[in-house]
Write a protein that binds this ligand. Structure first.
Ligand code: UDP
Ligand code: MG
Length: 320
C-alpha cells in the first residue's frame, strides 16, 4: 500500500437548476448550513439551465449575500441536466466535487457522508436511494438502465440514476476533456475512476413542481447512456445478419438432401418456394452483415470524433 493522502480540503457542490424556484431557497439554505458544518473549505455552484421562472434571481441573491461561496452560472437556454453539470464542472476549484439535484429529493445533509467515503480513498462515491419515492414505472426503467450501464462500463454500481455523487478532481478534469455533446455523467465518471463505492442515502418525494423529465426526454437519456460507452448497437446488425445467413444455409442443405436422397423428396418444398426462401435468407443475411460492417466503421469514426483522452495520467514520480 502506498501512503496516499486522501484528505479533502476543499469541496465544490454543483447543482443544475431548471425552473426550481419553488424549492431553490430551501436547497440553498440547507446546503450552505451543511457546508458550514464541514471542516473543509467549500463552494456552492448553481447552474441556471435556462429557467423561465424566478430561479436565476434566487441564485443571484444568494451569491450577493455570500459572494465568496455561492457562484451562479447562467446558461442562455435549456441544454439539459448533464450539459448544465458540465458547465458547472468548468468552474470548480475544489478537490472533491459533489453533484446534487435541486429538487431536494436527495437531502443535502448527506454531503458529509460522501466526503467521508471519498476520504477512505474512493475516486467516485455513488449513492443508493433508500426506499425510493418514485413511480413504479420510473423504478422499473431504472432497473433496466442500471443493468445496461453495468454491462457497458463493467463497473458494478447499483444506482446510476441517483445524481447525488462525489468525484475527485482528476475525474472531473478527465470528464471535461471529453468533448462529445451527449453524455451521461455518472457512467462517464466511473470510466475514469480506480476505486468506487456506493453509500445508502435517503430519498424523498419531489415536494414542489414536476419532474423535468418527460417520457421522451427519458428515452433520449437512455440512448445517451448506451452510446456513451459502447458502439454495440451498431454491431448488433452484423450478428443478426450472420444468424440469418446461417439459417438460410442450413435450410438449403436440408432442401438439397430431401431432393436427392429421400424418396418422394421432389414433391416436398412446395415447387421450389422453400428454395426461394433459403436463397432469400442467405442474401438478406449478407445485406445485414454489409450494413453492420459499415456500422463498424461508423463506430470507429464516432470514437475518433469524440476524441476522448485515451488515458489520463494521475501523476508522474521520479522527475523534477
Ligand atoms: N434539470 C436541468 N435541466 C433539465 C432538466 C433537469 O438542469 O433540462 C435539473 C433539475 O432542475 C434538477 C435535476 O436536473 O435539479 C434533476 O431533474 P428532475 O428532478 O426533474 O429529474 P428526476 O428526479 O425526475 O429524475
Ligand atoms: Mg428529481
Amino acid at each position: 500500500m502506498s501512503e496516499e493522502n486522501y484528505k479533502i480540503n476543499f469541496v465544490s457542490v454543483v447543482v443544475p437548476v431548471y425552473n426550481e424556484a419553488g424549492c431553490l431557497q430551501e436547497l440553498i439554505d440547507r446546503t450552505l448550513k451543511t457546508l458550514d458544518g464541514c471542516s473543509c473549505r467549500s463552494e456552492f455552484i448553481l447552474i441556471d439551465d435556462g429557467s423561465r421562472d424566478d430561479s436565476w434571481n434566487i441564485i443571484a441573491r444568494a451569491s450577493e449575500q455570500r459572494p465568496d461561496q455561492v457562484i451562479g452560472v447562467r446558461l442562455n437556454r435549456n441544454y439539459g441536466q448533464h450539459s448544465a453539470i458540465m458547465a458547472g464542472f468548468e468552474q470548480v476549484r475544489g478537490d472533491l466535487i459533489i453533484t446534487i439535484d435541486a429538487d431536494l429529493q436527495n437531502p443535502p445533509e448527506e454531503i458529509p457522508n460522501l466526503i467521508a467515503a471519498a476520504e477512505q480513498g474512493n475516486d467516485v462515491v455513488g449513492t443508493i436511494r433508500q426506499n425510493r419515492q418514485d413511480t413504479l414505472f420510473r423504478r422499473m426503467a431504472s432497473k433496466v438502465v442500471n443493468r445496461v450501464a453495468q454491462a457497458a462500463t463493467g463497473v458494478k454500481m447499483c444506482d446510476y440514476g441517483c445524481m447525488l455523487r462525489a468525484y475527485r478532481r482528476f475525474v472531473v478534469d478527465a470528464m471535461l476533456q471529453c468533448h462529445e455533446r451527449s453524455t451521461f455523467i455518472p457512467v462517464l465518471g466511473n470510466s475514469f475512476a480506480r476505486n468506487t463505492c456506493e453509500i445508502p442515502v435517503g430519498h424523498c418525494e419531489r415536494k414542489v413542481g414536476d419532474s423535468k423529465y418527460s417520457l421522451w426526454k427519458l428515452i433520449n437519456l437512455q440512448f445517451n447512456l448506451l452510446t456513451c460507452m459502447t458502439t454495440l448497437p451498431l454491431r448488433v446488425l452484423t450478428y443478426f445478419g450472420l444468424a440469418a445467413a446461417f439459417c438460410g444455409f442450413l435450410l438449403s442443405c436440408y432442401i438439397i438432401i430431401r431432393r436427392f436422397f429421400i424418396a418422394g423428396g421432389d414433391h416436398w418444398g412446395n415447387q421450389g418456394v422453400f428454395t426461394l426462401f433459403a436463397v432469400m435468407f442467405v442474401f438478406t443475411g449478407i445485406h445485414m452483415v454489409g450494413i453492420g460492417v459499415i456500422g463498424e466503421y461508423i463506430g470507429r469514426l464516432y470514437n475518433d470524433v469524440r476524441a476522448r483522452p485515451r488515458y489520463f495520467v494521475e501523476k508522474i514520480i521520479g522527475r523534477k
